[in-house]
Design a protein around this ligand. Structure first.
Ligand code: ME8
Length: 534
């Protein structure tokens, strides 16, 4: 019988970041977490398409370019380059980088507009209401916080009136509520409740989707003094990048097709656009919805303020990578905060996490194990064994299998942080096992057969934990495996449960994977990068 396997296709997106300024640690946080998930899925055998990019239109960007007195296209070119450079410095494996000023995107936006206009999901009317300039968002009076403050960013809104085009949202609101009900994990962790309460229950208004007060945007073909509202323009990146409505829709058909698992990551301050207006646009286009809109929390300062471009308090990732390496920053951003919660980024936490997890636990285990093998076995050659006989060894190996299982569950639930805890559990158990088994005594007493077994349990613990940590430690995990002499055919996820001990092993010279940080000195240095900005 033919083996009919469902194709494993995974499409993952980050928000496209405003090209209004340089990237900062918050952008790195979102993109690194998406990259961890993308790498995990590839390891699990999925065909992955990972998209990020820049959101380049709108009044704010036009004004920023004017302030610098440079051409706006040149301004966004420079910003897009700085995002691209950071992603390359951070080892991000995006398959494409979409820019909303690109022709391929502009064409899709215009075609979508025309289609929705023709089918009367878009109509022309008059807009009277409240506008938040920093968010480029319109609100009804009822949606504002007391004192006419923006419900998204808390800043003051002002009253406006203009001719504009609207997206007929009312038509789709019941369909949307029905979809939410049938797909309770569409926006996980109860993050829809507030949206429904604030924006849907009071009565969802049709959305004003064009502007006439500036020109830096996608012109409406049918009425060129209007440009498309930057949020509608931006949301469409998720399908324009796949070639939707272009001459070649093959990528779109694959990654937005029914067999694809679509995972979209967005920060909590842009929940409304992703969980309400994006689905409505997709309904209007008669397209499927993503499986998951995952709303992540924000990194905040020691005193709880959000790191943000407009507050100017956010550190850049570049100097941190230069000083501590990209693996350490990737690990911190994935491990420190549960995706979905808000979390701190502080100097002390970074230095502690570095020293405790990477130096004391992981790095030290690798170093100790290699040194022991070189000391106890001639030329660092460890002969193979057939099975684990000792009860403690068996316990460590079976706990490891359990950790592998849990790690996968955590990543499948999009929680890199907890997945890395499972990987580090393996490391912790191995370190404890060394203390329990006292290999130096076994050597002294010439119990070579048990000594071999102990070394293999350690080798397997390092091999497996390195593979599980590799989505974050993209260089150091392989460095550890190189030092340990693990053959390439034992470095894929589908070998996690194999037994390397059936082979023989020859270790290489060890060298410290991570240098121990001087807590006071490095905390002070890092604080000058992170916290001086407040
Ligand atoms: O909102 N902590 O762009 P943006 C964690 N262009 N993540 C943070 C963060 C922080 N302090 N600050 C920013 C936009 N982010 C729109 C999106 S999508 C169709 C259009 C991350 O440059 C987080 O993912 O303001 C947030 O949602 C995103 O950057 C916003 O980036």
């Amino acid at each position: 019988m033919a083996n009919i396997m469902k194709k494993k296709i995974f499409y993952i997106t980050t928000p496209i970041y405003y090209a209004s300024g340089e990237p900062h640690i918050g952008h790195a946080y979102a993109t690194v977490n998406a990259d961890l998930i993308a790498r995990y899925k590839r390891e699990m055998g999925y065909s992955v398409f990972f998209l990020t990019g820049t959101d380049e239109h709108g009044e704010k960007i036009q004004k920023n370019a004017e302030k610098e007195n440079i051409d706006v296209q040149k301004f966004v070119d420079r910003m897009a380059d700085s995002f691209k450079k950071l992603w390359s410095d951070l080892g991000i494996t995006n398959d494409d980088f979409i820019r909303t000023s690109e022709q391929r995107h502009v064409e899709t936006v215009q075609k979508v507009f025309t289609k929705l206009l023709q089918q009367k999901d878009i109509y022309k009317g008059k807009y009277k209401g409240w506008y938040c300039t920093p968010c480029e968002s319109f609100f009804t009076e009822g949606q504002l916080k007391e004192g006419h403050l923006c419900p998204d960013c808390g800043r003051e809104c002002h009253e406006v009136e203009q001719e504009a085009y609207f997206l007929n949202c009312k038509k789709y609101v019941n369909k949307l509520l029905d979809f939410y009900k049938k797909n309770p994990n569409f926006v996980p962790d109860g993050k829809l409740n507030e949206m429904i309460k604030t924006f849907i229950e009071p009565g969802l208004e049709d959305l004003c989707i064009t502007r006439t007060n500036f020109t830096w945007g996608v012109p409406v073909k049918e009425d060129p003094q209007h440009v498309v509202y930057v949020w509608i323009d931006a949301l469409l990146n998720y399908i324009s990048a796949l070639g939707y409505m272009s001459n070649d829709e093959s990528k779109f058909n694959e990654f937005w097709g029914k067999d694809s698992t679509i995972f979209q990551l967005a920060g909590r301050e842009i929940n409304r656009f992703h969980s309400i207006y994006w689905p409505i646009l997709l309904f209007a286009l008669n397209l499927r919805l993503p499986n998951t809109i995952f709303i992540h929390g924000l990194l905040v300062t020691r005193t709880g303020a959000k790191f943000s471009k407009s507050l100017g308090n956010a550190p850049k990732a570049g100097p941190i990578i230069e000083k501590y390496g990209l693996d350490a920053l990737r690990y911190y951003l994935g491990r420190e905060v549960i995706l979905g919660d808000d979390g701190n980024f502080t100097a002390k936490q970074f230095v502690d996490r570095f020293n405790i997890d990477l130096v004391n636990n992981y790095g030290n285990l690798v170093n100790r194990t290699i040194n022991m093998i070189r000391k106890y076995f001639k030329d660092g050659k460890l002969p193979s064994i057939y099975r684990y006989q000792n009860a403690k060894s068996r316990q460590v190996i079976s706990a490891m299998k359990e950790s592998i299982k849990k790690y996968k569950q955590e990543f499948d639930n999009y929680c890199p942080s907890k997945a890395f805890i499972c990987a580090m559990d393996i490391v912790d158990r191995a370190n404890k096992y060394i203390e329990d088994m006292t290999p130096w005594v076994l050597f002294k007493e010439n119990k070579i057969s048990l000594l071999k077994e102990v070394m293999y349990v350690l080798v397997e613990s390092i091999r497996v934990s390195s593979l599980l940590l590799r989505p974050a430690l993209i260089n150091k995990a392989d460095e550890a495996l190189d030092q340990l002499g693990v053959p390439l055919e034992f470095r894929q996820f589908n070998t996690l449960n194999k037994n390397l001990c059936l082979n023989k092993l020859k270790v290489n010279a060890p060298s410290a994977l991570f240098p121990r940080l001087d807590v006071d000195k490095e905390t002070e240095y890092l604080a000058s990068l992170i916290e001086a900005k407040k």
